[in-house]
Write a protein that binds this ligand. Structure first.
Ligand SMILES: [Zn+2]
Length: 470
């Protein structure tokens, strides 16, 4: 494998490239689901190939192949160089990269139980047990359970030096409160930690009870968001606008621009002073979907402050965009969905750091409010400024007590006003690193897993209302 990657470098340099990187990836995926007491889908797939990205005559070129022979690799490397030379005909200026060092390294995410060694029948059995628990509750008409496992092995070399690493990434879905479950870079042990069967009954009962619940009132209220909803709030209203390629206008798909123009860096009071947000790819932050040792440009994963005491202090950068705004170094966020895609700036683990205190204490401290849990819908404008979120469930808070259940709750606001209204963040004990497996960006669209740590937090005087009417 290493010989083929090295060959891609040599060939591209011979053809005239001034910088080359080659990525060989082997991606294995398994998806299993059940529906109303029956296995529904069992999918197993593997994708294996090589991508070559080059700079020639000052412009980028990219090509990929699944023909992993010397001839196949030569062809891809030559093609990437030709594409760069063609792109150079319409370049405005030469691509410049922020400097980076050479590394030789190997990294593997901790994984105690390889999920691909767990028999499919055992996984289906567990899903059916969850399914049976869900349907034991009268009134449940649709019970679905799913698991999704992914393993990525990658070899990366560049003409700067060479690094190699192999990662292992496994995700699953279940009851947990988030956008379709919990996903982390871990082995099958995650499934065991989540106590799926034990939680199925409560989830089913809540689903049934929601039919009888009152609609969420309309107006302005103090709101508390659970950690998973807050994780998604961070993703949409902080994570996306800090992507520097969007800010610079090179990536505008999927609500892809940003209100965070360059003059705001270091100046904008993004949030209230208690708010601290980092983009942290290091394993010390946790087993997130944005945890890795090196990005797809060979830059080490880093911990970058984004919002410090409420102040906006950092973008997510690549070697090219860091250089474009005069920064000394990329903060290492370039990732590609697979061997046949170019890397883009992607969120790592963009997390809200914890404050202190329990959720009970926060509710007790709230006179009149609404507690929101588990995302159901979202919308946000192209500049990531005006947003609205709906959650599956809400609870009214009256005089410091959680009272009646509310259905179809939604809240909305303006990104900076909303974040500046944050006046309490719960403690480390409630902080969870949530995984979002399906962030879309680019054309052709690339799906990427990102991580978002958060504990519940309170926001004052937020617009609330009904997300759906039935
Ligand atoms: Zn996204």
């Amino acid at each position: 494998m290493k010989d083929l990657a090295q060959r891609a470098l040599d060939t591209a340099v011979k053809k005239g490239a001034s910088y080359v990187e080659a990525r060989i990836e082997d991606v294995r995926q398994r998806y299993l689901s059940t529906k109303n007491g029956q296995p529904a889908q069992v999918r197993d797939s593997q994708s294996y190939g090589l991508g070559v990205r080059v700079i020639a005559k000052g412009a980028w070129g990219f090509a990929a192949t699944d023909v992993l022979t010397p001839a196949g690799v030569d062809k891809a490397a030559a093609r990437a160089t030709e594409i760069a030379e063609a792109s150079a005909l319409c370049k405005k200026e030469d691509v410049r990269l922020a400097p980076e060092q050479k590394y030789v390294a190997r990294w593997e995410a901790p994984c105690r139980i390889d999920p691909f060694t767990v028999p499919v029948s055992a996984v289906i059995d567990l899903l059916l047990k969850v399914d049976a628990e869900l349907r034991r509750v009268p009134g449940v008409t649709l019970a679905e359970a799913q698991m999704d496992f992914r393993r990525i092995e990658q070899l990366f070399v560049s003409s700067l030096g060479a690094i190699s690493f192999s990662g292992s990434e496994i995700q699953k879905r279940s009851y947990p409160n988030s956008f379709g479950g919990q996903y982390q870079t871990k082995g099958y042990e995650l499934v065991e930690e989540l106590n799926l069967v034990e939680n199925a009954r409560r989830v089913a009962e809540e689903a049934v009870a929601l039919h009888q619940a009152a609609q969420c009132p309309q107006g302005v209220a103090d709101i508390i968001l659970d950690g998973s909803q807050l994780g998604l709030q961070v993703h949409e209203s902080v994570g996306h606008p800090i992507e520097l390629d969007r800010v610079l206008g090179t990536e505008a798909n999927f609500a892809g621009m940003s209100f965070l123009t360059l003059e705001k860096l270091g100046k904008l009071q993004y949030a209230s002073e208690i708010v601290n947000i980092v983009a942290d790819a290091t394993p010390a932050h946790g087993p997130g979907m944005g945890t890795f040792a090196y990005d797809d440009e060979g830059v080490p994963g880093q911990a970058t402050p984004i919002v410090q005491n409420g102040r906006f202090v950092g973008y997510l950068t690549s070697r090219e965009t860091a250089a474009a705004i005069g920064q000394a170094r990329s903060n290492g966020t370039m990732r590609a969905e697979g061997w046949n895609r170019i890397p883009l700036i992607r969120m790592t683990n963009v997390s809200l750091l914890p404050g202190s205190g329990t959720l009970e204490a926060l509710i007790a401290d709230t006179q009149d409010g609404i507690y929101f849990e588990t995302n159901r819908s979202w919308s946000i404008d192209d500049r990531r400024y005006n947003f609205q979120f709906g959650t599956e469930i809400g609870w009214e808070i009256k005089h410091g007590k959680r009272t009646r259940m509310l259905k179809n709750p939604s809240y909305g606001g303006i990104t900076t006003e909303f974040w500046n209204s944050c006046d309490a963040i719960c403690g480390r004990e409630l902080w969870t690193l949530w995984g979002l497996p399906n962030c879309g960006k680019g054309q052709p669209m690339q799906t990427m897993g990102t991580g978002h740590g958060a504990s519940p937090a309170r926001f004052r005087k937020v617009k609330v209302g009904v997300a759906y009417s039935e």
